[in-house]
Design a protein around this ligand. Structure first.
Ligand code: PAF
Length: 281
């Protein structure tokens, strides 16, 4: 049975009771609209901890006024059924006023890996993510937290947040779950029409080709230009970025080192992101 909790006080009381029993607690922060990718994060959490807390909160502070906050998919009853089936122990589903009470005036700004990529197109995004994740870490006080590698820059930002603020949470990245064609699972895939879905499924193929070219020693600038062209040729409307970065710091990628090719591209009303590994040679 999944305990459903809406207030920070009740959440804390429950987690403290588990701690008193010596149990290890994991947190999976989500914005709901749960899909198989989220369930894989919960499985990773349950393998490593005795109790798994999942937060469901569509965080207004990480949406720009022009973005899809109002139409972001919300399906709480369905999500709670999935959490129960996955064996999650507690769902934290606070309202906006519980997380950001009237007069809330604090924000966390993370540097380092937040530079460029998403930030160039969504300048306030990572401050919003860092603020809510810091609050969740303080509220839940988990031993570990699991984030998807699909949002790779977010994962690096959260790791940096913990290091810089000495938050005692072990942050684990979990591999991206994909459909049979390689499309990364995302709540925003729900916006895609069948024709757009077929185009979206090309994205990962382009990234994998770019990563293997870089691994084989191809010149970076030309490889990225080819990847951008291939994404547009597949039918995407625009490419926000397609770049190779170092895997830990997200600094510009150096030949022969571990890295990631990261992309954001727009298709109709949907913006998709993805990334693949560049293995060091
Ligand atoms: O990845 C997400 O769903 C969100 O950015 C997160 C980490 C739950 C913070 O709101």
């Amino acid at each position: 049975m999944t305990i459903i909790v809406e207030t920070i006080a009740t959440l804390r009381a429950q987690v403290q009771a588990w701690r008193a029993e010596g149990l290890k607690v994991a947190l999976v922060p989500t914005m709901g609209a749960l899909h198989d990718g989220h369930i894989s994060l919960m499985r990773a959490a349950l393998e490593r901890a005795d109790r798994c807390v999942v937060s469901i909160f569509v965080n207004p502070r990480q949406f720009a006024p022009t973005e899809d906050l109002d139409k972001y998919p919300r399906q709480l009853a369905q999500d709670l059924a999935r959490l129960a089936a996955a064996g999650v122990h507690l769902a934290f589903t606070p309202g906006v006023d519980e997380v950001y009470p009237k007069g809330f005036a604090t924000s966390i700004a993370v540097g380092g890996p937040s530079a460029g990529l998403e930030t160039a197109f969504r300048p306030a995004f990572f401050d919003g993510v860092a603020t809510v994740v810091a609050k969740l870490f303080i509220q839940v006080a988990p031993d570990l937290a699991v984030f998807g590698e699909k949002d790779y820059q977010q994962l690096c930002v959260v790791k940096k947040l913990c290091r810089d603020l000495d938050l005692p949470v072990d942050v684990l990245g979990s591999p991206t779950v994909r459909d049979a064609e390689g499309l990364a699972m995302s709540s925003r895939n729900a916006y895609l029409s069948p024709a757009e879905l077929a185009i979206a499924q090309q994205l990962n193929k382009v990234l994998r080709k770019a990563a293997s070219s870089l691994q084989a020693g191809a010149e970076e600038k030309a490889t990225m230009a080819d990847a951008r062209k291939a994404i547009l040729d597949a039918g995407f409307d625009t490419v926000d970025y397609v770049e190779a970065r170092e895997s830990l710091t997200l600094a510009p990628w150096q030949m022969n080192s571990d890295g990631r090719v990261l992309v954001a591209a727009r298709l109709g009303k949907t913006r998709l992101i993805d990334n693949v590994e560049i293995a060091a040679s």
